[in-house]
Ligand binder design. Structure first.
Ligand code: MTE
Length: 338
């Protein structure tokens, strides 16, 4: 039986949604001893995608995603209302494919992610390079539901599929100089039009880079995601592999990663290079520290229904994950270290 501990990150919205049916089915499967999320995609959720994607071409985009087998991690199965899959797939920030929320799903539809390799090097004893196929063989996948909170004050609840970043890092055997972890997105202006056009890509420096402190990277919550809703990632969500750091603003969750480097110095991060007054290195979700241009005290939760039914909710410290991560920042002034 699934034992669930109520965490501070849990919210209590109605769960009578197609996505909650998805969850119930996963629990039934789990009860039957079938520890896999990718075996079914419930008709309701699937119909939702097909309703949304009206043209044939867009259906092909949805079809490119492969079903994945993953084990439910019972520690991260809160009883939340999920953001419908159709919205997770169509309301995106991925400036390499345009700055509008609806741009990535259109402009990334032909993004070729095969073959794909990821390199782990820097302050490690055993640097390595892996294909996605090798990564799937080496690391068992798990399902975890996390809240994603964008710095723009909207949020989604998403069932991710992925691995613990810590497991990948440990395999490279970090040495004693490894204090930070730097990440880099693919640089391929031919495929990513925003990287060669200020007009499309918003004029931020490319490739997109991000970083974490080593203890943040090794935290159990920090995931490398390869899928969502039981299938591989769509290009617009950062295929084939992206970071998910649920207690930090979404811009830390860098997409389409090709390099992970362990470093002794704090690495640069794209939004901090672009505008250091507004975006820091830490970017911890914090309702008490407003963005210079808007409040971070509340957020628009993107759930079921149309734009008018978006609910406004209070933002939680560390996005609701304080029990798991507050100790990482004890003694730090979170007003200065934004
Ligand atoms: N990664 C890259 N390479 N480029 C981006 O523009 N946007 C970030 C993050 N990762 C971004 C990125 C921001 S601002 C957010 S909120 C999340 O991706 C959005 O993830 P989603 O589109 O899957 O919801």
């Amino acid at each position: 039986m699934l034992i669930r501990s109520k965490k501070s990150s849990e919210i209590s919205e109605s769960s009578t949604t197609p996505e909650s049916i998805y969850l119930q089915r996963r629990e039934i499967l789990k009860g039957l001893g079938i520890a896999a999320s990718g075996l079914i995609l419930p008709g309701a959720a699937q119909a939702g995608i097909l309703d949304y994607f009206s043209s044939k071409e867009e259906e092909v985009v949805a079809d490119r995603r492969r079903k994945l087998s993953a084990t439910l991690n019972p520690a991260y199965q809160p009883d939340w209302q999920l953001t419908p899959e159709s919205k997770v797939l169509t309301h995106n920030n991925f400036y390499e494919f345009g700055t509008g929320k609806a741009d990535p799903v259109k402009n990334a539809r032909n993004f070729n992610t095969e073959p794909w390799h990821i390199v782990i090097d820097g302050e490690v004893d055993k640097p390595f390079k892996l294909s996605m196929e090798e990564l799937f063989k080496l690391f068992p996948l798990e399902d975890r539901i996390y809240r994603l909170r964008c710095v723009e004050a909207w949020s989604m609840n998403i069932p991710w599929v992925g691995i613990r970043l810590a497991d990948l890092i440990k395999r490279a055997q970090p040495n004693s100089n490894a204090k930070y972890v730097a990440f880099e997105t693919l640089h391929d202006p031919k495929q990513m039009p925003g990287q060669s056009s200020r007009h499309i890509g918003g004029g931020i420096p490319y490739p997109y880079v991000e970083g974490l402190r080593i203890d943040e990277a090794m935290n159990d919550l920090t995931m490398l995601s390869v899928g969502l809703y039981g299938k591989t990632l769509a290009p617009q969500n950062g295929a084939p592999i992206r970071l998910v750091v649920p207690w930090k603003y979404g811009f830390k969750s860098i997409k389409s990663i090709v390099k992970i480097r362990l470093t002794s110095q704090q690495p640069p991060n794209t939004w901090n290079i672009t505008n250091a007054r507004e975006y820091g290195f830490y970017a911890n979700v914090n309702p008490e520290v407003d963005h210079p241009r808007w409040s971070q005290g509340s957020e628009r939760f993107i759930g079921e229904g149309g734009i008018l039914s978006v609910s406004r909710e209070k933002t939680k410290m560390f996005n609701g994950y304080a029990d798991e991560v507050a100790s990482l920042y004890s003694g730090m002034d979170l007003r200065k270290n934004i």
